[in-house]
Design a protein around this ligand. Structure first.
Ligand code: GAL
Ligand code: MN
Length: 393
């Protein structure tokens, strides 16, 4: 009997040890597997194939089998987008709006899964973020989806030194086109509060606060200090009263709708001068000594810092990281080639934007208006005499 009991106890202990070993081993294995997998994903992400904004994914696959990209582009331009727009013009807008007010979303035009709305441009990134172009969204559906949410959009704009002269046009045009129907709180950062026009009529639910900031001697310094000021402002007061934030340049003007279709957790706009180029030609910071360094074989798009935004938490993380990196650069006497824009681009290689705004949202008046893929210029840099408005050349 005692022997049997000993056997029993011994097998119980052995079974326990085996279970313990199995638990420890499987745990270690899965941890290290996760780590390896994580690294692979990271590396892969940074060195991924560059998406081509002018080459929509589906079409280019078909076209590549036969022949070239250029041909399919031309064919696409001849065809569907314009036609469907004309069809929409036949249906009276007012009537459908009234109907929609009664019965929202339900009455919207049906999307056709077999008929892409834009076939001339990329409308979704390889990480499945939409690229917003005219024709890719229905403004009515978007408005209905957002209007009932009582959203407030904080909007920062810097008017330092002679740049206060751009404020009036900026604000007046924003009141015609920017986030209409939503609450907007402009924060005007300036060294000259008296130069902020006080007779721009703001719509219902729209506010303007003036925040005094120091002026620096060089325009580059004025520009790069913005990240630090925005991150402090979000932390100290903006976060309480807003759901989203947009950071805009003041030497710009609105010409068309920039509405809630532009909202997302992390939103950036594609620079109008570089969207045709391979990434090796983007004006990223290429010196390894800067924190903004991006190697030739990384990066997705070149984003312009004239407009970026998103949820407060995400934009706070972005501006905080960029201002820390700008500080590191400063401590070793380096200034990235395009100041805060270079750091923004570095950040967005690693933290992919959840929504991309096409160059319609950050056009440049100096680029004219004949690019076929730009159906509507919404927000653009005005032509300015740089020598005259800037502090230094
Ligand atoms: C210019 C723009 C600058 C900067 C630069 C990048 O067109 O004015 O702000 O974005 O492109 O190369
Ligand atoms: Mn500017």
């Amino acid at each position: 009997m005692p022997i049997r009991r000993e056997h029993f106890l011994l097998s119980l202990v052995m079974a326990g040890v085996m279970v313990l070993c199995w638990l420890v081993f499987s745990n270690c294995a899965s941890v290290s597997l996760n780590q390896v997998h994580h690294q692979v994903v990271q590396n892969h992400r940074l060195q991924s194939k560059q998406a081509n904004l002018m080459e929509p994914v589906l079409k280019s696959k078909q076209a590549n089998l036969m022949e070239p990209v250029l041909k399919s582009k031309q064919a696409n331009l001849m065809e569907p987008v314009l036609k469907s727009k004309q069809a929409n013009l036949m249906e009276p807008v007012l009537q459908s709006k009234q109907a929609n007010l009664m019965e929202p979303v339900l009455k919207s035009k049906q999307a056709n899964l077999m008929k892409p709305v834009r076939t001339d441009v990329l409308t979704v990134t390889p990480w499945l973020a939409p690229v917003v172009w005219e024709g890719t969204f229905d403004p009515q559906v978007i408005d209905e989806a957002f209007m009932s949410q009582n959203l407030t959009i904080a909007t920062t704009v810097f008017a330092v030194g002679k740049y206060t002269r751009f404020l009036r046009d900026f604000l007046e045009s924003a009141e015609k086109h920017f986030m209409l129907g939503l609450d907007v709180h402009y924060y005007v950062f300036t060294d000259m509060p008296d130069d902020v026009p006080d007779n721009v009529t703001l719509g219902v639910g729209r506010l303007l606060s003036i925040v005094r900031v120091p002026k620096f001697d060089r325009w580059q310094e004025i520009s790069l200090r913005r990240m630090e000021i925005i991150q402090t402002a979000i932390k100290d007061y903006i976060h309480q009263g807003a759901n989203y934030i947009f950071c805009l340049d003041v030497d710009m003007r609105f010409h068309g709708r920039v509405g809630p279709e532009a909202l997302g957790r992390l939103v950036a706009a594609i620079h109008p001068w570089f969207y045709m180029y391979p990434r090796s030609q983007y004006p990223y910071e290429r010196r390894t000594v800067s924190k903004a360094y991006i190697p030739q074989d990384q990066g997705d798009f070149y984003y312009q810092a004239n407009i970026f935004g998103g949820a407060l938490e995400d934009v706070h993380r972005l501006t905080k990281t960029c201002s820390e990196h700008l500080e590191v650069d400063r401590s070793v006497g380096v200034e990235a080639v395009w100041q805060e824009e270079s750091h923004l681009n570095w950040y967005l290689v690693r933290n992919k934007p959840t929504k991309l705004l096409s160059p319609e949202y950050v056009w440049d008046d100096a680029k004219g208006r004949d690019a076929k893929e730009i159906k509507l210029v919404r927000f653009s840099s005005v032509i300015k005499n740089k020598a005259e408005v800037r502090e230094n050349l």
